[in-house]
Design a protein around this ligand. Structure first.
Ligand code: NAD
Length: 250
């Protein structure tokens, strides 16, 4: 069991990657505080965990990561309930794609709020406890698009590049007083989830053609990377951005 008794928070836990991650963490012995804005998504997660006999370690929280007060309240409650917070997976994320000249202010604000401010809110609330404990692992969802850009994703690419900046900053800052707090980011390529379901089939076919491993990623591929970075197996890795894209950008 690679996360035995570790208390892990996963945001966006009802989505494609979040759900696979939560189930894998539970299989690996973690206690998971699964947070998502969608009640239905959390109910479906609970159902699947129960069917797999994994529900014992799971507690769900309806949480909008953009709401600072709520974030603080829920994180405090998680700490009180479990007695520690060992891992934070900042996985919640959204898209609202549009070409630059057509992007509305509300499309910009929506994506910035969830993908950037949400990560800030969660990490600020959790870091307090990790600093008190003197240890922890934080993993942030960036994206290939945060490194390379993408047509139609001005808002999204800004957030995913911003996440990389925060990751490196926190890797330096949260260790200032000798705490063993590691902070890393993952940069997935195209993964089969509700987020990418919206993309035209033609685009997906082109992506597969350009990918050396000739497939789209599965949520479980990403869950295993989160697991490695959450666990003590990655104990000397911090401040890194790990690509997971089947070789798409080499
Ligand atoms: P998804 O759409 O399947 O899941 C996202 C989840 O986040 C949903 O359950 C949604 O309800 C939740 N969410 C949205 N707004 C929220 C909020 N304000 N507060 C709390 N929860 C909220 O997406 P996914 O593909 O599983 O993506 C997970 C992460 O991986 C995201 O950060 C995404 O940007 C990143 N990513 C995904 C891909 C991909 O190809 N799927 C590629 C690169 C990066």
């Amino acid at each position: 069991m690679r996360l035995k008794d570790k208390v892990c928070i996963v945001t966006g836990a009802g989505g494609g990657i979040g759900k696979a991650t939560t189930l894998l963490f539970l299989e690996e012995g973690a206690k998971v505080a699964a947070c998502d804005i969608s009640k239905e998504a959390l109910e479906s997660l609970e159902k699947e965990a129960t069917e797999k006999g994994l529900a014992e370690g799971l507690k769900t929280f309806i949480l909008d990561v953009t709401n600072r007060e709520e974030v603080k309240k829920v994180v405090d409650e998680i700490y009180k309930t479990f007695g520690s917070i060992d891992v934070l997976i900042n996985n919640a994320g959204v898209t609202k794609d549009q070409l630059l000249l057509r992007m509305r202010e509300e499309d910009w604000d929506f994506v910035i709020n969830v993908n950037l401010k949400g990560v800030f809110n969660m990490t600020q609330a959790v870091a307090k406890y990790m600093l008190k404990q003197g240890k922890g692992s934080i993993v942030n969802a960036s994206s290939l698009v945060g490194v390379y850009g993408n047509i139609g994703q001005t808002n999204y690419s800004a957030t995913k590049a911003g996440v990389i900046g925060m990751t490196k900053t926190w890797a330096k800052e949260l260790t200032l007083r000798g705490a063993q707090i590691r902070v890393n980011a993952i940069a997935p390529g195209f993964i089969r989830t509700p987020m990418t379901e919206k993309l035209p089939q033609k685009i997906m076919e082109q992506v597969i053609e350009r990918t050396p491993l000739k497939r789209i990623g599965e949520p479980e591929d990403v869950a295993r990377l989160y697991l490695f970075l959450a666990s003590d197996e990655s104990s000397f890795i911090t401040g890194q951005v790990i690509g997971i894209d089947g070789g798409l950008v080499i």
